[in-house]
Design a protein around this ligand. Structure first.
Ligand code: ADP
Ligand code: MG
Length: 308
């Protein structure tokens, strides 16, 4: 179910969303100058006949909600299930890159070069527990550098053409904003998974995210949708956390995954060792939580393909 269908209960919209139309030039959007008005070169061509990766973005403009933790650990859990997985670090902070034991300050070519200089993405992929397309600190300049380019919203989509038939899942970690890097991820994606911290639940933040996504759907990528919401940092002992889940389920129904990612220091310990929690403590409950989530995500994807 599309998140947008549930949103009127949160924030009534004066205009219903129009049906997405492919290949129309981007319509001017009042409050987001970055999305306005360059001639839109159209979607990147895909190689025919090959089996294409399922491209999933992890987004929430709030920081500290477990986007990076979820991207990596879900990626490793999907790898354990036998899938071919690429994770992409699209956050200038480089936390995903660091959490696989690499130093973003010591990397010479990164997603910055892929997006801005059209370096093939395979040149910045390092194989660790999964394949990682790395970030470096200069990615912070990517939004500015991209904003001057034609097709600035499609740079990542174009870069992925080279590798879409080499992976089953491509998971993209995004910065805590809805800027041009996150828009690039939405344009390249089939689906979005939203990690939500049970402690500081922000429904307003989710509405903003969905509005941005609706804009992308109308102008740039009609297929992108919210596939699921992952409750993170859940502490079942507190009434507050249980209420947060109730509110999420009341507003978003089936979009909320059954797996709750509980609060535990294991998730903070593992990246210090440069590893996922599945490698750090393979038989612990923290690892199991992401294995459970991986099964839900795989089923979800199968359902989406059946419905298509
Ligand atoms: P984001 O990418 O959304 O900013 P992170 O994945 O970096 O969030 O997580 C923020 C911090 O919280 C990190 O230090 C991480 O190790 C920690 N963390 C993530 N998930 C959990 C959890 N379930 N329980 C406790 N701490 C967590
Ligand atoms: Mg992060």
């Amino acid at each position: 179910m599309a998140l947008s269908r549930l949103l009127p209960r949160l924030q009534p919209r004066p205009e219903p969303l129009s049906e997405p139309v492919e290949e129309e030039p981007a319509a001017p959007v009042e409050d987001s100058p970055r999305l306005q008005a360059v001639p839109e070169p159209g979607p990147a061509p895909e190689p025919e006949g090959a089996l294409m990766a399922n491209v999933i973005v992890f987004a929430n403009q709030k920081g500290g909600v477990a986007k990076t933790t979820t991207t990596l650990n879900l990626g490793v859990a999907l790898r354990e299930l036998g899938h071919r997985v690429l994770v992409i670090d699209l956050d200038p902070q480089g936390n995903l890159t660091m959490s696989q034991g690499m130093n973003p300050d010591a990397i010479d070519r990164s997603m910055f070069d892929v997006l801005v200089h059209r370096v093939p993405i395979s040149d910045v992929i390092k194989t660790v527990e999964v394949d990682v397309a790395v970030a470096s600190i200069d990615l912070a300049g990517a939004e500015l550098a991209l904003s001057a380019l034609i097709g600035r919203e499609r740079a990542l989509e174009k870069a992925l053409v080279e590798v879409r038939d080499r992976y089953d899942y491509i998971l993209i970690d995004t910065p805590p904003s809805l800027g041009l890097l996150t828009i690039n991820a939405f344009v390249a994606a089939d689906a979005v998974i939203v990690p939500v911290q049970c402690e500081y639940l922000s429904l307003r933040g989710l509405v903003q995210l969905e509005n941005t996504l609706a804009m992308v759907r109308e102008n740039l990528n009609p297929r992108v949708h919210v596939q699921g919401i992952v409750p993170t940092m859940y502490d079942g002992r507190t009434l507050h956390a249980r209420e947060a889940i109730e509110i999420l389920e009341e507003h978003f129904g089936d979009l909320v995954y059954n797996t709750r990612i509980r609060k535990t220091v294991r998730y903070a310990e593992a990246p210090v060792k440069g590893s996922s929690v599945l490698k750090y403590e393979p038989s612990g409950p923290a690892a199991q939580a992401y294995r459970d989530l991986a099964k839900e995500v795989v089923l979800d994807g199968a359902q989406a393909r059946d419905d298509a």
